[in-house]
Every structure is written in structure tokens, then in C-alpha cells.
Design a protein around this ligand. Structure first.
Ligand SMILES: [Zn+2]
Length: 342
């Protein structure tokens, strides 16, 4: 009962938090309102390791009231080996823990630190560098780097199979591959020429449904967005795009509205301003936190910014609850498992 009371005190039920979040006044910036702040780091550490552990159990096994469910055979009755925080299935005798088979499998951090990491990342509305996370948690840079990427991978699962409809904006923005210019004018190069580029430049393409989700992909050319849109938009979706000629191909498949940015940013409801807002967040994330992003991982930062954008009206408690939920539903990561051992 004590544990349950502690867990409730931590304001973690994100469904409850979402309804709290809807109670803020519009005149105030959401992040300044009390409704945006439903979770404090202090509370996580004050409630302690057992409460944090129970939080993971409650979210992973919500359908069984937080009691263990065997990941191998699905049996809902298990011996609780409390001293080791392990379970043994009464049917098939398989031993498992609350993180077995999830993206947090083989975790070494305490549950309080895992929750704290999730809280710190949820609080960072423009993302967070691994260096900063490693300082906040007092862990090695490598630990923070992998942990943050595992959380990003888990978050991106929310929209992994999503398709958009109604009205959708499409746009692309280029990231990375910039070269520092030489000091003296005569040594400077024309950075627009392909022979002066690093080959690391990529375009992030965003599909953003008005009032819905944001889907992203990373490609070498913006025109690759045509295939992306065809794969991720329902038939009949109305697409808003700028005047770039490669979007002409969308018109064969979807009713497509075009906005000429040399005339206006928005005319008669035709615009890509929501997609631009998304890119603004991603630019601040990359420019202000990560500085140099490898083309290999750009898709994870892009997806993280999309997630933050889509849930920008959720409280930090709601975001953290969602993060735990996503992590517990995500399988062991092929990219991040044993990343530094390779
Ligand atoms: Zn079993």
C-alpha cells in the first residue's frame, strides 16, 4: 500500500496528467504554467528505488495490475524473487526481470536514475546533449549517449506504423555537412559546389498533419519525400507543399495545394507553417545541443523533435509517463544493445 501511495504521489499517470495539462490558461506560455510541471526530479529520488521499480512494473504489466507476466509463455503467475528483483514463471520456469526483452534490458543504472534520465530528457523541450545528461546523472558519457538514444528509439515507435490523413504539410530542410570557412578571403571556397561538400549533408523530410502527428525521414535529396509521402499518407489526403518542382509528382496521387514563398508564407489556408515550426525546433536542437550530428543518427534526432512537437502541450509528467510506456513496449535495440562493445 505504501508503495502504491508513493507511486500515486509521483503524478505519473499520464492519462491523468493530460487532463491536468488541458486546464492551463491560454494567455500564458504553456511551459510557464503549473499544468506543464507535474513531475519533479526531487520526488523521484525522495520516493526511492522501490517506488521507481514499481513504476516500471506497473507500466509494463498494466493489464495484470502491475504483476509480472512471463515474456516467454504469457503466464500471469510468477514467483517474485524480491532480493534480486527477478521473477520465475510458475508455468515454464523462465526467469525474467521487468526490463527483460525491452529496450532497457541488461540495464546497469538504478531505476531511480533511469526515471530521472527520462524526466530530464522530457524536460528538455529542445532536446539534450549526452554530455549534459552524463553530468546531470553523474554517469559516463558513453552510458548517457546510449541511454538517450534508446529513449529516442522508444519514442519513435509511437509513429512507426502511423499513416496520416486529412490535411498534411510536407517540407524538407538540410542538416549537417557544413565546412568551416577559411580565415583569409582568398583562401575561402564556394561551399555550394559539390566538390567542396563533405558528403554528410542530409535532408530531413517532414509530413505534418494539421492537428495530428509529424512523421519524418532522412534522405539525400528532398525529392525522396515524394515516395515517403506516398507510403505514409492515406488516399485522399490534401497535401500542402511549397513551389519546389519535385512536389509536382505528388499531384498525381493527392490533391495538392502549393504556396509560393516568394509571394507569401500563407494564402487562403495554404501553407507549410506547421512543418516550418517543426524544423525550427529541430534546428535549435541540433544547433544548440548536439552541434554536430552524424547522418547515421540524424533520423533519431528528427524523430525526437517530432515527438516533442506533437506533445508540446503535455505536462512533463505526461511526457515521462509516455516515455516509460514506450520503453517498456520497445524490444531490445539492434542498434544500441552493446553499442560500445563492438
Ligand atoms: Zn512462462
Amino acid at each position: 500500500m505504501m508503495v502504491f501511495a508513493l507511486a500515486c504521489a509521483m503524478s505519473w499517470n499520464y492519462i491523468r496528467c493530460i487532463s491536468i495539462a488541458n486546464g492551463y490558461t491560454m494567455s500564458q506560455h504553456f511551459l510557464l504554467s503549473a499544468a506543464s510541471k507535474t513531475l519533479k526530479l526531487k520526488d523521484i529520488y525522495k520516493a526511492g528505488e522501490e517506488a521507481a521499480y514499481r513504476k516500471f512494473c506497473d507500466i509494463r504489466w498494466a493489464e495484470n495490475d502491475g504483476d509480472a507476466v512471463c515474456p516467454r509463455c504469457g503466464h500471469t503467475d510468477a514467483y517474485d524473487i524480491k532480493t534480486r528483483r527477478k521473477f520465475k514463471c510458475k508455468a515454464c520456469h523462465h526467469q525474467f526481470s521487468v526490463t527483460s526483452g525491452t529496450i532497457f534490458a541488461s540495464r546497469k543504472l538504478d531505476f531511480t536514475d533511469l526515471l530521472a534520465a527520462i524526466c530530464i530528457i522530457a524536460n528538455a523541450s529542445k532536446g539534450l546533449s549526452s554530455i549534459q545528461l552524463s553530468r546531470d546523472l553523474g554517469v559516463q558519457y558513453k552510458t548517457a549517449f546510449v541511454l538517450a538514444h534508446k529513449i529516442r528509439e522508444a519514442l519513435s515507435r509511437e509513429t512507426a506504423d502511423a499513416k496520416l490523413d486529412d490535411e498534411v504539410e510536407i517540407d524538407g530542410a538540410y542538416f549537417g555537412g557544413s565546412i568551416r570557412q577559411a580565415n583569409e578571403k582568398e583562401d575561402r571556397i564556394d561551399r555550394r559546389r559539390s566538390r567542396h561538400q563533405t558528403g554528410k549533408r542530409r535532408v530531413v523530410i517532414a509530413l505534418r498533419e494539421r492537428g495530428g502527428r509529424t512523421l519524418t525521414t532522412v534522405a539525400e535529396r528532398e525529392s525522396d519525400g515524394v515516395a515517403f509521402a506516398k507510403a505514409r499518407l492515406e488516399n485522399g489526403t490534401i497535401v500542402n507543399a511549397d513551389e519546389a518542382s519535385h512536389w509536382d509528382a505528388l499531384d498525381d496521387v493527392f490533391p495538392t495545394e502549393r504556396i509560393n514563398h516568394s509571394e507569401a508564407y500563407s494564402l487562403a489556408g495554404v501553407h507549410v507553417n506547421m512543418a516550418e515550426s517543426y524544423f525550427s525546433r529541430l534546428r535549435r536542437m541540433v544547433g544548440g545541443q548536439h552541434h554536430h550530428v552524424s547522418p547515421k543518427y540524424l533520423h533519431q534526432y528528427a524523430a525526437h523533435a517530432a515527438w516533442l512537437e506533437d506533445h508540446r502541450r503535455s505536462s512533463n509528467g505526461a511526457l515521462a509517463g509516455r516515455s516509460v510506456h514506450n520503453a517498456m513496449a520497445s524490444p531490445v535495440s539492434r542498434t544500441w544493445k552493446g553499442y560500445w562493445q563492438r
